[in-house]
Write a protein that binds this ligand. Structure first.
Ligand code: SAH
Ligand code: MG
Length: 196
């Protein structure tokens, strides 16, 4: 992998206010991947490919990532970035709305990374649970959403997102098949390990 190219991608994304994964969040995920290299990863929310490129380094031999993005400009840029870093063999982009694409997928994944429309997190979870392998792991980024999720203030305009993020936390916490931790890294990260 071309690390110099990766740094350029990161810098440009930050300059353009594209919400790429934060360093401390990435660190936590990479630690998990290192100790348990996945063969198949599903990512919901590619943006310009930054997180997928980072994860691709930790794939098991012949492993692959499927990632979903609906924004045409970002898809274009992601394709260029993935090629420039030299990981195009490892990353497949599904182009379109994850709400429509997810129900058509019938694969099994060792890791799912949820990082797209916050109002859809409960739906993304339902789909992730359908496709996750035993001993798999589901991460949800931005789960604390600038602190809104854990505060009682809910009169701002993001209240649908906040309601759905709270619903996500409730579901992963109450699901007996999952062991869940909520970390205050970055914008909040939910980690759910599949027990059975
Ligand atoms: N994972 C990326 C950042 C993703 S930002 C990284 O860390 O590098 C969130 C992305 O999700 C945005 O690019 C947005 O266009 C996309 N998105 C949001 N809702 C979506 C949906 N329903 N289907 C597909 N993509 C979606
Ligand atoms: Mg994010």
């Amino acid at each position: 992998m071309n690390k110099e190219e990766l740094e350029k991608i990161k810098k440009k994304a930050l300059e353009e206010h594209i919400p790429i994964i934060m360093d401390d969040t990435l660190e936590v995920i990479e630690k998990e991947l290192k100790s348990n290299p996945p063969k198949r990863i599903l990512e919901i929310g590619t943006a310009v490919g930054y997180s997928a490129i980072c994860f691709s380094e930790f794939l098991d031999e012949n492993g692959k990532i499927d990632t979903i993005e609906r924004d045409e400009e970002r898809i274009k840029e992601a394709k260029i970035n993935i090629k420039n870093v030299g990981v195009e063999e490892k990353i497949n982009i599904y182009e379109g709305d994850a709400v429509e694409i997810l129900p058509t997928l019938n694969e099994k994944y060792d890791m799912v990374f949820i990082d797209a429309a916050k109002g859809k997190y409960p739906f993304f979870l339902q789909q992730a649970l359908r496709m996750i392998n035993k001993n798999g792991i589901i991460f949800a980024d931005n789960i604390l959403y600038k602190g809104y999720v854990m505060s009682d203030y809910n009169k701002h305009k993001q209240r649908t997102a906040v309601r759905n993020l709270r619903e996500y936390i409730k579901e992963v916490s109450e699901n007996p098949d999952l062991e869940t931790e909520i970390l205050e890294v970055g914008d909040g990260l939910a980690i759910s390990k599949i027990k059975k």
